[in-house]
Write a protein that binds this ligand. Structure first.
Ligand SMILES: Cc1ncc(COP(=O)(O)O)c(C=O)c1O
Length: 391
């Protein structure tokens, strides 16, 4: 039996030493949009770049291997990946999704409902009644996002997938926040994993991309068909860069997660912080589940400031290490205000239902030294007191 390689080795080795033309160690970049047919009625491996490209396939194969899937498709963004998976919902079918998912996912699901493609219902997937809710609603597709964005709530992937399968629904899990280095939804029972590779997988905030990985060949083939049909596949150069970023995924995750744990501890003891959402804290409601279904708490966290909006503005004023920007998962730290940034596509009622308030701050913890990160956060918190903001 060949020895199953560790995910870290798979990331480093993906596509390495495979060049048959010149023996290049790292994969060459194939930008050509079209490929020669050897002869009439004969086709090579590739014919046209929308349906297949060596760089895109190398990345798709690497991600499928890491997620323990049968096959994958690389898309032009995370949203394209989610929309690709939604093609498998029958007309007038029902999609169940978390009430506190990424704002863009929420917007896409509502827009597709508005168009008459399918129906959507949102619910809290973290409660004990989630499985019975799925049984009652009998969806065609269950969409899971854990940890949720931005509140890091965890839902039980295997329990939710079991409930979905009992009613013959496809279970799709967004694994963007943790990546296969920390969580493997297909192993826990999901049928499809979706990623925004823009985030930790590429890891350098210089590519927008996505991926879908299916547990079975049958589903992988359907996704590849739809990807070619609708043209949502990713660009070769983006795939090349993302595969390069993937090589350091484990090392980045290790450093960023260790930094996040220190920051979560620091914030949880600060008087101007009302609450920290981080499943690595033993006081977090997701702590036990994180230990069961994840191999680490990850490098994302959020927290509630104990101040009014002027205090939030003072806190966010002229940050240096924490870039005041949307997105996540890069080597640099990012800080954002979900209510006005990543989740502004949700209306006020939906934000309230999801628990996204005006004093909520989200951090994507990067690879800077934790002393410098904590030093900047301490100074930012001091700005709130200096402004005399009201708790
Ligand atoms: C959890 C999650 N899924 C999907 C997406 C969408 O990804 P993209 O921006 O690459 O389209 C995001 C973007 O922030 C996200 O946070």
């Amino acid at each position: 039996m060949p020895h199953e390689l560790n995910g870290q080795t798979k990331c480093v080795n993906a596509g390495i030493g495979c060049d048959t033309a010149y023996g290049a160690v790292t994969p060459p970049l194939y930008l050509s949009s079209t490929y020669k047919f050897p002869a009439l009625d004969e086709m090579g491996v590739y014919d046209y770049g929308r349906g297949g490209n060596p760089n895109r396939d190398a990345l798709a194969d690497a991600l499928a291997d890491l997620e323990n899937g049968a096959g994958g498709v690389v898309t032009s963004s995370g949203m394209a990946a989610i929309d690709l998976a939604l093609n498998l919902v029958p007309k007038d079918g029902l999609v169940l999704a978390p009430h506190d998912c990424y704002g863009g996912t929420h917007r896409l699901l509502l827009a597709r409902q508005e168009q008459g493609r399918f129906k959507v219902a949102f619910f809290d997937q973290t409660t004990k009644t989630a499985a019975s809710h799925i049984a009652r609603q009998s969806p065609d597709l269950l969409f899971i996002e854990t940890p949720s964005n931005p509140l890091m709530r965890l839902s039980d992937i295997s329990a939710l997938c079991q409930a979905a399968h009992k009613v013959k629904a496809l279970a799709v899990c967004d694994n963007t926040f943790l990546t296969p280095a920390r969580q493997q939804p297909l192993v826990l029972g999901a049928d499809i994993v979706v990623h925004s590779t823009t985030k930790f997988i590429n890891g350098h905030s210089d590519v927008v991309g996505g991926a879908v990985v299916a547990r079975t060949e049958d589903v992988a083939e359907k996704l590849a068909w739809w990807a070619n049909c609708t043209g949502v596949t990713g660009a070769p150069f983006d795939s090349f860069l993302t595969l390069r970023g993937l090589r350091t995924l484990h090392a980045r995750m290790d450093v960023q997660e260790a930094n996040a744990a220190k920051i979560a501890q620091f914030l949880s003891l600060h008087p101007l912080v009302k609450h920290v959402y981080y499943p690595g804290l033993d006081t977090d409601p997701g702590y036990a589940l994180a230990n069961r279904q994840q191999s680490g708490p990850g490098a994302m966290l959020s927290f509630e400031l104990a101040c009014d909006r002027s205090g939030v503005a003072a806190f966010l004023n002229r940050t240096q290490i924490f870039q005041f920007a949307e997105s996540l998962g890069g080597t640099e730290s990012l800080i954002c205000h979900p209510a006005s940034m990543t989740h502004r596509a949700m209306d006020a009622a939906a934000q309230k239902a999801a628990g996204i308030g005006e004093a909520l701050i989200r951090l994507s913890v990067g690879m800077e030294h934790s002393d410098d990160q904590i030093g900047e956060l301490a100074a930012m918190l001091a700005n709130i007191s200096a402004k005399g903001a009201k708790p």
